[in-house]
Design a binder for this molecule. Sequence first.
Ligand code: FES
Ligand code: FES
Length: 183
Amino acid sequence: MSTHDISLTVDGTTEELTVESRTLLVHALRDELGYTAPNVGCESGKCGACTVEMDGDAVKSCTVLAVQADDSDVTTAAGLAEGGLDPVQRAFHDEHGLQCGYCTPGMLATTHQLLDENPDPTRAEIRTALKGNVCRCTGYGNVVDAVETAAERLSDAESSAEPAGSEGERDQRAEPPRPEGED
Ligand code: FES
Ligand code: FES
């Protein structure tokens, strides 16, 4: 089995390691480097438990070979906090969107990318973004609430950082109807 020396940055720390050609990124992160936020669920790209951000994109780290992550910048859910919970983590906490430790890290990573790309998503867009993150045991209503709250707080923070007279349009947004049985 051939091996490869790779280097990547994980949660701000430069890591160098030797991996086999077949080693998945999630296994390199967990088993070789000890970053346990990404979890191993299905190992087939279906559950989202292993989701991390890689160079800003949310990826399922069981679908990425470790060698493909060479020279990349990886952020796990644990790495989102800098001296405290980040706004997305805080919103999940406040809205009771935190579920188990297995599915939540992946949901946080997916939410980060969503809000980077679409700072004001509708509830339907939130649901679409999170459709690859599966929870087997509870509902998704509070998760969608948490993503909305995170979006609102990030927008507020951005508005307050803007010059006077450039207030955002967030408050004019219509609340989309909530589908029945969401919770
Ligand atoms: S473990 Fe990667 S998607 Fe399920
Ligand atoms: S799988 Fe995490 S709460 Fe259901």
